[in-house]
Design a protein around this ligand. Sequence first.
Ligand code: SOE
Length: 392
Amino acid sequence: MTQGKPALGVAMVGYAFMGAAHSQAWRTVGRVYDLPVAAEMRVVCGRDEGRAREAADRLGWAEVEIDWRRLLERDDVDVVDVCTPGDSHAEIAIAALEAGKHVLCEKPLANTVEEAEAMTAAAQRAEAAGVFSMVGFNYRRVPAVALARQLVEQGRLGTIRHIRAQYLQDWIVDPEFPLVWRLQKDKAGSGALGDIGAHIVDLAQFVTGDTVAGVSALMETFVKQRPLAEASSGLSAAGSSELGDVTVDDASLFLARTTGGAVATFEATRFAAGRKNGLRLEVEGSKGSIAFEFESMNELLFHDHTEPAATAGFRRISVTEPEHPYMSAWWPAGHIIGYEHTFTHEVRDFLEAVGSSRPPSPSFADGLQVQRVLAAVEQSAAKDSCWTAVES
Ligand code: SOE
């Protein structure tokens, strides 16, 4: 579905877990969705040439660069996809926007509010010149989540009263698990908070259309030292005999109020033994409720509280029908999809918007707002859970 369409040359910086997820999306999107533009996977960038070459062959990129600045000098690169750890998001994204390249940046947008502000200012300047940017909150693109959003928009939940969001993982329960970059503040900005808490803050706000206004938070680091990481790949690594300090949170929990008057709880942890990628969202309103669990991502629970009490109750909707968001392009009705599809949907929405000269969503400004919630959580936790307003 790409023949005869204007082409956008794509460059990706980073090629580990997120790089692989984005690559499959770039490879697939034009074969599944009919888009206004064709994405061409021109170049992948990584500091180690040998590893970058291996990644290019494995993931489907035509060429390799070892300095991301070179990408910005190339006329055949129109889009820069930033899949690096958070400590380089701001520098790469701002320079790319200033060089006139559209930018897709992994979440969380940045490691600090200051960086996110600078990125948002650059994005707004670029947008005035028709250069667009988006932050990659992929879980918005789960069809069941997009359906939940539609139900809220249609007023089926009424006034939102409760939001209950959790993101539960267990990949660092073992104290011998090495000190990978996601456990280092200078590289990742924060721990469970920024890595997975950012997802549930974005998701709760996306589904409800509401905004977190203030928080009371607790943060904990259970394992304070870990073996230094030797070669790492994705979420796994080999550990050395030397120990280093863990400088981020293992778990972050907070209570919140929203500007719309709802009350909310958020819990992000990598110590929930047995929970693998347990992203859960429940929303209760005056007219109905929804419940979603990523580990059953093709289903949405919906309760319509306006139905007669005798038969009302949660119904389990299989979000597998062509009537559902994103689904008509995939398999015959009733057939499920997986984690990787969320990235294909993300890239589809990005290309659809950029190819039509419209700003894609979520914007860098949306990423900044999430960053401000994360900062309020850190400030509250540092002051014994003191109530902390989110900067607006
Ligand atoms: C690790 O916690 C991780 O890969 C996150 O970085 C991703 O954003 C999330 O989708 C899955 O878990």
